[in-house]
Design a protein around this ligand. Structure first.
Ligand code: NDP
Length: 285
């Protein structure tokens, strides 16, 4: 029996599976095998980006899976230098071609950097033309998100931001919810940092349910209605990360996990000028 993955409903009515599969830092050589395994495990929601350099391999795995297009939810992202009105349309066409798709499910502005207001205008057009089912953003802190919303016609459907037990984004989620924007977690397993897989609280909560730290963490995210896209190159972990729909964390367990929040990133500080320059200097394709 394929795993039944619940969906969230985005602000335009489109349904998005609450659990998906990410391919950041999966090499182009390995991606076709990894995505083939993920689809075989039961994932139907895939998250890639132009900047990951593996869209073409994701597309090959989709085609060879034989899975009907309307059973899949595919996200890719626009990189900084590809932005602007014309640049965005070109980048979108390139991504679709590499993925071998004629329509995308979700297109995200990858970073709140560069000329992203022009990019958003182009994305609104792509959405109105029906080339993409939903448009959104990533790595937008609340100030940038609110400003984008208040100067444009279409509110992003999603904001994909770093969210995990050490950076829980509770206030940010409340703001997003108030504005009708779905929160999506990147780095749901904290990219393995802060010794997450041996964390005493997560380990103890897992032991009470016969579940691993990864499973408890992903369950905690989806119980908060946060979309999560864990990455693994290993089939046994892909299956483990999907096996989170047969248990429920109690209010007390959710409260214990809430104590792990440090309020800071384990990966990027988007307010650090050196990080902004680093991202701006990163090119794609
Ligand atoms: P994750 O938090 O998903 O962690 C991935 C790491 O955890 C890998 O080292 C993986 O190792 C390991 N892992 C996975 N499952 C298990 C398990 N069950 N037990 C033990 N270890 C496990 O990090 P990501 O950065 O990959 O985030 C997920 C996705 O989010 C990305 O792939 C990408 O799609 C997206 N993303 C978006 C960003 C953005 O700026 N918008 C930034 C970063 C990520 P192994 O592969 O060896 O199993």
């Amino acid at each position: 029996m394929p795993v039944q993955i619940p969906s969230v409903v985005l602000n335009n009515g489109v349904e998005m599976p609450i659990l998906g599969f990410g391919v950041f830092q999966v090499s182009a050589d390995e991606t076709e095998r990894v995505v083939t395994d993920a689809l075989a495990a039961g994932y139907r929601h895939l998250d890639t980006a132009a900047a990951y350099g593996n869209e073409e391999a994701v597309g090959r795995a989709i085609r060879s899976s034989g899975i009907a297009r309307d059973e899949l939810f595919v996200t890719t992202k626009l990189w900084i230098h590809d932005g602007g009105e014309e640049g965005t349309k070109r980048a979108f066409d390139t991504s679709l071609e590499l993925l071998g798709l004629d329509r995308l499910d979700l297109y995200l502005i990858h970073q709140p950097l560069g000329d992203y207001y022009s990019s958003w205008r182009a994305m609104q057009e792509l959405y109105r033309q029906g080339a993409v089912r939903a448009i959104g953003v990533s790595n937008f802190y609340p100030d940038r998100l609110v400003d984008l919303v208040e100067h444009n016609e279409i509110t992003p459907a999603v904001n994909q931001i770093e969210t995990h037990p050490f950076f829980q984004r509770v206030d940010d989620q409340a703001l997003l919810t108030e504005r009708g924007v779905q929160i999506e977690s990147w780095g749901p397993l904290a990219e393995g940092k802060n010794n997450i897989f041996s964390d005493p609280v997560l380990t103890a909560v897992g032991a009470a349910h016969g579940k691993s730290v990864a499973q408890v963490t992903l369950r905690w995210l989806i119980q908060r209605s946060v979309v999560a896209i864990p990455k693994s190159t290993r089939p046994e972990r892909m299956a483990e990360n999907l096996d989170i729909f047969d248990f429920v964390l109690s209010d007390d367990e959710m409260a214990r996990i809430a104590t792990l929040d440090t309020g800071t990133s384990v990966a990027f500080d988007h307010h650090d000028p050196a990080m902004v320059s680093h991202l701006n200097a990163t090119s794609t394709r």
